[in-house]
Design a protein around this ligand. Structure first.
Ligand SMILES: C[S@@+](CC[C@H](N)C(=O)[O-])C[C@H]1O[C@@H](n2cnc3c(N)ncnc32)[C@H](O)[C@@H]1O
Length: 250
């Protein structure tokens, strides 16, 4: 049974245009994988953050995303996280990057990651840490987007996994991976339809809400109001946008 992924068959068509692995975010992920030589990447999408020097099996429900895996592992299983078709302990590590909040049943998916691998490494956003981000003042219907309603954080992850460490992953000012908070110091980017299409929380907003937020941000940039309020961010080197790396298991 293929669960999830339908959403990304719709919103993921141009994913690879703006969503490109950033080496400064890859580094802590690969360190967290330790000596693992076999890895299952759950919610793998186009294959960002898959270490090139290990044997990686990608798990991904969306055909649109699988179709954009140029240069990544050819070992791909089309399914959802909630029911992984692998024997217990089949991999050294299970990886999940910026995908947990999309799963139909995050508890079940995490339990599956634990079943098939000794170690689990998860990059996620901590909902308690994202509320202060300025862009949310413009796109006010974000909390109603399905993947943003009650997104899983540390408390849910720790229900299923034996967490060893949680690291803050700061977003560099020139981050190359256009995820939700990637452009925290480059507000003009949030006006770009290609950037908006690469962020599920924006792509899934009703058209009118997205247009309204875009117009208000454009107006504040023109008038200088944005810079009055947040201009200090333009010279900051990195930002805590709420992204966390959980390392669990052994
Ligand atoms: C934001 S993308 C992240 C992709 C990739 N990990 C990356 O870092 O670029 C979220 C991915 O989760 C996948 N997804 C959605 N529901 C899922 C589920 N139930 N199980 C596994 N993956 C799922 C989507 O199809 C999409 O490819």
């Amino acid at each position: 049974m293929v669960t999830g992924g339908v959403r990304y068959d719709e919103i993921g068509r141009s994913y690879a245009v703006t969503r490109r692995e950033d080496p400064r975010i890859a580094a802590p992920i690969w360190r967290a994988l330790g000596a693992a030589s076999t890895i299952v990447n759950v919610g793998a999408g186009t294959g960002n953050y898959e270490p090139p020097d290990r044997r990686v099996v990608a798990v991904e429900p969306s055909l649109e995303m699988i179709g954009q895996r140029a240069g990544r592992s050819h070992l791909v299983v089309r399914c959802g996280a909630e029911l992984l078709p692998f024997r217990p302990g089949a991999f050294d590590a299970a990886l999940a990057v910026l995908t947990l909040h999309h799963w139909r049943d995050a508890q079940a998916g995490l339990a599956e990651m634990r079943r098939v691998a000794e170690r689990q490494v998860i990059l996620y956003f901590e909902p308690l840490r994202t509320t202060g981000f300025w862009v949310l003042d413009y796109f006010t219907e974000t909390a109603d987007v399905p993947s943003e309603q009650n997104p899983p954080g540390e408390s849910l992850i720790s229900d299923q996994l034996d967490i060893q460490d949680i690291q803050i992953v700061e977003v560099p000012a020139d981050c190359t991976d256009g995820f939700g908070a990637a452009y925290w110091s480059r507000p003009e980017a949030y006006l770009d339809p290609r950037v908006q299409a690469g962020m599920s929380w924006l792509a899934l907003q009703p058209e009118a809400a997205r247009r309204d937020g875009t117009e208000r941000l454009a107006r504040d940039l023109r008038s200088g109001r944005w810079d009055d309020l947040h201009g200090h961010l333009r010279t900051q080197r990195s930002y805590d946008g709420g992204y966390r790396l959980a390392i669990a298991g052994s």
